[in-house]
Design a protein around this ligand. Structure first.
Ligand code: NAD
Ligand code: ZN
Length: 347
């Protein structure tokens, strides 16, 4: 079968021929119906080098996958060949307390996981291929009626990651509150929809690209702002007292500064983007009791919840599809900022 593989750090991935996987005991092979192209993959291929993460190339890219059950390993029950499924992407050890709770990203025995702190497309072979081997059937989540794999794929990361980040801030988003979304790309445009679908907050979306702001507006942002020198002042003027929750889907120096400048007393500043910016913090540099936190992906129960929002049409990723042959074009478009929403590769 064909697969888009990262063969070494700081290189362009190559479409190559590899053996079709066969499932061992307890494993499942998924025929891929959609594999999302995440900005994290650009960090991987453009910036990462040995030692940044505890795994190395070569591996097949694609950590945001959905499709149909293709083959079941010995002992796997409760799934049927042909059934539409999503792949829960973070793969922990499976036996520690957190994995048993379905929170694999924070696995307590990463050394015993299939790959420490990663998953398919992040150290192990992912979904930018005709088939993906999923090493444990517990990572297979059946799709609810009404959701196809092309829509479901982005929900497994571009949906799950903002859902997790927003969910932990729910108590701070009652009617009358303000949420600020910085960066309305793959994750951010789903984040805007999740805020509107699950909270009563008013949403301000900020981006450097007018097209991204148009998308935010289409998905229900109450206000959109092109980011610039005046953005923090504008947000303070509009909200009166600052934002209850800021979600930074970029994580660069200027966006972190903006987040810290607009967060309200007892607000949350949640850093999701991994652009590598830093934010000097001291006691009086942010309002009292602002929580500054990072998030990593989300839990399996949260994936089930976000798929439900997708199936009910409350959250609809804006998808542009690409053939596997054109996967590198999808990444190039993501890199140059000429995509709206998410690119999904359909092998
Ligand atoms: P994307 O490229 O689709 O979207 C990024 C958006 O941010 C774009 O719309 C871009 O125009 C905008 N942007 C860039 N610089 C900006 C600035 N200075 N001010 C305002 N807007 C700006 O990327 P994505 O796939 O949505 O991923 C976003 C980030 O989240 C990446 O860093 C990615 O690696 C990271 N990520 C983190 C997790 C996690 O678990 N923490 C999971 C997935 C992705
Ligand atoms: Zn990702």
């Amino acid at each position: 079968m064909r697969a888009l593989r990262l063969l070494e750090w700081k290189s362009e991935p190559l479409l190559t021929e590899v053996d079709e996987p066969t499932p061992g005991p307890g494993q499942v092979v998924v025929r891929i119906g959609g594999a999302g192209a995440c900005h994290s993959d650009l960090h991987l291929m453009d910036e990462f080098e040995a030692g940044v993460v505890p795994w190395n190339p070569p591996f097949t890219l694609g950590h945001e996958n959905a499709g149909w059950v293709h083959a079941l390993g010995a002992g796997v029950t409760g799934l049927e060949v042909g059934q539409p499924v999503a792949v829960y992407g973070p793969w922990g050890c499976g036996v520690c307390a957190r994995c048993r709770l379905g929170i694999d990203p924070y696995c307590e025995n990463p050394a015993d996981a299939p790959v420490p702190g990663g998953g398919g497309g992040l150290g192990l072979d992912g979904g930018m291929a005709e088939y993906e081997l999923v090493p444990d059937a517990r990572h297979i989540v059946p799709l609810p009626d009404g959701l196809d794999p092309v829509q479901a794929a982005p929900l497994t990361d571009a949906g799950l990651t903002p859902y997790h980040a927003i969910r932990r801030s729910w108590p701070k988003l009652p009617p009358g509150s303000w949420a600020v979304v910085i960066g309305v790309g793959g994750l951010g445009h789903v984040g805007v929809q999740i805020l509107k679908a699950t909270t009563a907050a008013r949403v301000i979306a900020v981006d450097t690209r007018p097209e991204a702001l148009r998308l935010a507006e289409e998905y229900g942002a109450d206000l959109t702002l092109l980011s610039g020198a005046e953005t923090a002042d504008e947000i303070r003027r509009i909200t009166g007292r600052g934002a209850d929750v800021v979600l930074d889907f970029v994580g660069a120096d200027p966006t972190l500064r903006l987040g810290a400048a607009v967060a309200r007393t007892v607000g949350d500043l949640t850093i999701v983007g991994i652009a590598g910016g830093t934010l000097p913090v001291s006691y009086f540099s942010v309002p009292y009791e602002v929580s500054i936190q990072t998030t990593y992906w989300g839990s399996r129960p949260e994936l089930i919840e976000v798929l439900d929002l997708g199936a009910r049409g409350l959250v609809r990723p804006k998808v542009t599809t690409f053939a596997l042959d054109d996967a590198n074009t999808a990444y190039q478009r993501l890199r140059e900022g000429s995509l709206e929403g998410r690119a999904v590769v359909v092998p």
